[in-house]
Design a protein around this ligand. Structure first.
Ligand SMILES: [Zn+2]
Length: 78
């Protein structure tokens, strides 16, 4: 699996499948793979507790393992 984000033309929906984030959404890529492979990840952003709970539920459903880095508060996928 390689990052193909550079192939995405946002005005052309047929190319959206190349976006790593969409591959994650379609379960073609795990979050761990996403962080290891994708070269176009946006800088970390703060998310609300509500948003975290939503994502946590989704990730648990998909069996993704992760932890919160105590220092940086970043979500690390293992
Ligand atoms: Zn990518």
């Amino acid at each position: 699996m390689i990052c193909e984000c550079h192939k995405v033309i946002f005005s052309d929906s047929t190319t959206h499948k190349y976006l790593c984030q969409n591959k994650v959404n379609d379960s073609l890529m795990t979050m761990k793979e996403y962080y290891n492979i994708c070269k176009h990840i946006d800088p970390p952003v703060e998310i609300s507790t509500k948003e975290f709970k939503r994502l946590e539920k989704l990730w648990n459903e998909r069996g993704y393992e992760f932890y919160i880095d105590e220092k940086t508060k970043e979500i690390i996928f293992v």
